[in-house]
Design a protein around this ligand. Sequence first.
Ligand code: ATP
Ligand code: MG
Length: 357
Amino acid sequence: VPHESTAFDIVVLPGDGIGPEITAAAVDVLHAVGARHDRDFRFHRHLIGGAAIDATGEALPAATLDAAQRADAVLLGAVGGPKWSDPKAPVQPEQGLLAIRKAMGLYANLRPVAPHPAALGASPIKPHLLNGVDMIVVRELTGGVYFGEKTRTATTASDLCEYSVAEIERVVRRACTLARTRRGKVTSVDKANVLETSRLWRETATRVVADEFPDITLEHQLVDSMAMHLLSRPRDYDVVVTENMFGDILTDEASMLAGSLGLLPSASLGEGRAGLYEPIHGSAPDIAGRGIANPYATILSAALLLRHSLGLEQEARCIEDAVSAALDAGVFTADLAPQGQAVSTREATAAVLAQLD
Ligand code: ATP
Ligand code: MG
């Protein structure tokens, strides 16, 4: 469904470390794509994380949250770094990220994993297993054991794992809707042989697909065997949907299929169209300010933003094709390049911009 208006408000949250460098790259690319397709993208920069703590004392200032809640989409760099890492400090940069996700009601985290042929050598997995891998992991983001009640006595500890039918339904629907735009297959991952929440998960997923998505092929997989199959037959997966903690673990595992952290984008989505888009990597303080960070993950996050929040599929593809062409041409930043062959963040961005033409 095309957006009614051609003006789009995009909130940009550079954050910390390499955040400002990589979001600047993605904004340049969005600008260029917008100009070519006659789209009016309006960028609004705001503070989050350590940069916000330095300026205001808060990791998520009210002005930032307010702008994010009114925007069509949010593009984020990364937050955190050694300057703010004292655990005794009153505020941590990461709290800003948790707070904005919660306030925006973002319950589904999408991580596409499609290793690029030119970058297969960067993965620890054998190239012949990676050819043709193209999956999206949809991780539930608001429930499960991470948010359950925690108790502690001198000799015991417990974390409650809880899910409601409504929480499972909405994320399964999101996965199925996504699968309809792809190969029509959904793999639901649980531990239904031992966990009650997983039995509810499995029953709910089965019912949602039977009632609302009869065209989707649903398979159930236990999380332990999934951990193995992700590495032994990653080609078999299209859309993978799972609860919060399993998704946390499996998405880090899946990221290794693509080689570098610097290539992987993500989208966090809620009930409406608005979403938050960020690379899966962190603020990389070890290389911040040197102009050598890989901008591709953030540029690809901008493509996801166009696709999922603005409904601009054609423009999203343009960006993805341009990054792909830059990789094909061997335009690699230091995380991907052999010694001495690396280009800078700006050169990699310029290569993507040149490929848009
Ligand atoms: P977080 O806890 O925020 O996820 P992290 O501790 O996982 O952060 P990252 O900031 O992701 O760490 O960095 C991990 C390593 O990967 C670092 O050596 C960093 O320099 C490198 N790295 C991360 N992102 C990029 C990038 N875009 N380009 C190049 N190298 C990167
Ligand atoms: Mg990390």
